[in-house]
Design a protein. Structure first.
Length: 240
């Protein structure tokens, strides 16, 4: 019986060396010599140049085949899209606009399909907006000039956390706004540029290629917690 696999939440915005290292780990996790990666680009409206750029980066990391899954176009063949997703060894969700991407998935009845594939053991990973889409929910403003209009909207919920990506320059302003709308003791995770948060099905978390910023809601405050640090590899020396 298939069991859920870890989810990889990547933040873009830094040199390719770190991202390639993370993606190499994901490709290895598929257990395939030449894995097939399904590319979901709804957050960018299935933008072609964006696909070319990201797919080239993924291929630089290791030997793999990438299949583009068209969902956003009005005449998209959703049966074909589902077949590609089902047959892939892993599914990649690209960056762009979180709310726009979720709207397309919901309108095309594809959100539940992706969630089901995860439950059946498919590896999913995202970058930037794609990572946020894989999490529980995100924040929007009905009026961008009025903070009181902030509200949460649901994402895929494939991993039950709230996170933001490469927003360290503004001190995670949107993540903090989202946490203020949550119940007491809710945690939030800021994934800095070039880093990755690996979330296991049992709730364990691992930082890859950089420390993860952690926050906790306490009363009306958002309190910064100790960083989640990457594990250090230990080299065993053998003396002869």
């Amino acid at each position: 019986m298939n069991v859920p696999k870890p989810v990889y939440l990547i933040a873009g915005g830094r040199d390719r060396k770190s991202l390639k290292s993370i993606i190499r780990t994901i490709l290895k996790d598929t257990g395939r010599i030449q894995p097939t990666i399904a590319y979901v680009g709804v957050a960018s409206g299935d933008n072609w140049p964006f696909y070319l750029m990201i797919s080239a980066m993924i291929k630089e990391a290791g030997d793999c085949r990438i299949r583009r899954v068209l969902i956003a176009p009005k005449k998209a063949d959703l049966n074909k899209a589902q077949a590609v997703l089902e047959s892939a060894d892993a599914i990649f969700v690209s960056g762009g606009d979180v709310e726009a991407g979720m709207k397309i998935l919901e309108e095309k009845n594809m959100a539940g399909f992706l969630t089901d594939l995860f439950k059946r053991g498919k590896i999913l990973f995202g970058v930037s907006a794609g990572s946020i889409m894989l999490a529980r929910e995100w924040v929007r403003w009905r009026d961008p000039e009025d903070d009181s209009t902030a509200e949460l909207f649901p994402c895929l919920g494939i991993t039950p956390i709230i996170c933001d990506t490469h927003a360290e320059a503004d001190d995670w302003e949107e993540l903090k706004a989202a946490l203020k709308l949550k119940e007491e003791d809710t945690q939030g995770y800021g994934i800095p540029s070039g880093s990755c948060l690996k979330v296991y099905p049992d709730g364990r978390m691992e930082a890859l290629d950089g420390a993860i910023t952690q926050f906790l809601k306490r009363g009306n405050s958002i309190v910064k917690q100790p960083e989640l640090l990457p594990r250090r590899e230990v080299t065993k020396w053998v003396f002869v």
